[in-house]
Design a binder for this molecule. Structure first.
Ligand SMILES: *Cc1c(COP(=O)(O)O)cnc(C)c1O
Length: 394
């Protein structure tokens, strides 16, 4: 006997739930790629993607996932033999660095771990030691989707300025753009990248990169440039060239609708919604953790991010919980990845999410804990409800 008929809740950290309006926006015929409304659509999207990154710099839209956007970011500003400093706080910045290494870039990892954020003072100290300016760029993820950590990009930018180091600051905002503040220009970020399928509520397949003026200077002499990713060849007036070939029309229709939804809600409101719903998840997990079988992966409460919560499971089998939720209730949780494989599950609260989706998901997790006999504190869902009821005023 299951209770899974009805709408499935996808609570994995990407791809995320796509709004019906975004799905519907794609259900239309293809259009001319050389003239007509598509040209204005491209202009509006490039402008609005830059607006979401909060930069006066230029944005680029690639037919690519986040891994493609990683490569786009690297090839446009680096040369073979350049050195980059990767700030570890989970899996993703390290993954970006591994790709850079395969392209002939020298990679140094500033050691961190799976359970905490990057320490800006450690970045400052390492850059101070680099007296000859060998390090050309610093790579960091704003939110690491494996660990569930949020890094303080403003403080890291500030640390680089205090160290008086010229390296470019390159930020992965795949799991954070549209969900929490990102201030590319104000924080001194030179290159930012993201993707369509997480906070941006659009199907997978678009990669975004934004470039500030220091990045454009580095671009002039970058030796890793290739025809597909190259900014300069996408900069001209020829529409076809802006995508280095046929534009991904239907994904662009979808992105337009998703951005309209985001602006209609207001970025600040969307950030606040994420903050409230993520705290509801944290309230529930805190109560469940009293049973000793599960707990937070990120040790320091203020380093826990607003888009995904990684729950460690030292006293139970995370796959049994995921399996119960999926098979019996139609709730799809994320699994632990990397060194947390088999040791954690993840609850995403990213993009097109609301209170019933989050409270429903939490209720199902609590139901799984009870059905599987996992020791847990009672009343996690109640704590989430109490939190939201206090914050969302009548
Ligand atoms: C998902 C994710 C990526 C990778 O994106 P893909 O579209 O899967 O290639 C990179 N960085 C972060 C922080 C992510 O969450």
């Amino acid at each position: 006997m299951t209770v899974r008929a009805g709408r499935e809740f996808l609570a994995i950290p990407g791809p995320t739930t796509i709004p019906d309006a975004v799905l519907n926006a794609m259900h239309r015929p293809a259009v001319d790629i050389y003239a007509g409304p598509l040209l204005a659509l491209t202009d509006s999207l490039l402008r609005d993607v830059a607006r979401v990154f909060r930069t006066a710099g230029r944005a680029y839209i690639y037919i690519a996932n986040g891994h493609g956007a990683w490569e786009a970011a690297l090839t446009n500003v680096l040369s073979r033999g350049d050195k980059v400093l990767v700030l570890e706080s989970g899996r993703f910045a390290v993954g970006w660095g591994n790709n850079a290494a395969r392209m002939g870039v020298e990679v140094e990892v500033l050691k961190g771990d799976m359970h905490r954020a990057v320490r800006p003072d450690e970045v400052q100290a390492r850059l101070r030691e680099d007296r000859h300016g060998r390090i050309k760029a610093v790579l960091v993820a704003q939110i690491d989707t494996a660990s569930g950590v949020v890094n303080d990009i403003a403080a890291i930018g500030q640390a680089m300025r205090v160290a008086d180091h010229p390296a470019l600051l390159m930020v992965d905002a795949v799991a954070s753009l549209g969900c929490m503040p990102f201030e590319m220009d104000a924080w001194g970020v030179d290159v930012a990248m993201s993707g369509s399928q997480k906070g941006m509520m659009t199907p997978p397949g678009l990669g975004f990169v934004a470039a500030g003026h220091r990045a454009r200077e580095a671009h002039e002499t970058a030796g890793l440039r290739t025809p597909y990713w190259d900014w300069t060849s996408r900069d001209g007036d020829v529409h076809y060239q802006k995508y280095a070939g046929t534009p991904p029309e239907h994904l662009l229709f979808a992105l337009r609708q998703a951005l309209d939804l985001l602006f209609e809600e207001g970025l600040e409101n969307a950030f606040r919604r994420h903050r409230l719903l993520s705290e509801a998840v944290r309230r529930a997990v805190s109560v469940w953790a009293e049973g000793g079988a599960i707990g937070f992966n990120i040790t320091e409460p203020r380093e826990r991010c607003d888009t995904v919560t990684t729950v460690l499971t030292p006293g139970c089998d995370p796959e049994a919980i995921r399996d119960y939720c999926n098979r019996n209730c139609g709730v799809v949780l994320g699994h632990g990845i990397g060194e947390l494989s088999g040791k954690a599950f993840r609850v995403a609260h990213m993009g097109h999410v609301n209170a019933p989706m989050i409270l429903g998901t939490l209720s199902v997790v609590e139901m799984a804990l009870a059905a599987l006999g996992v020791p847990h504190g009672r009343g996690g869902v109640q704590a989430a409800v109490d939190w939201l009821a206090a914050e969302v005023k009548a």
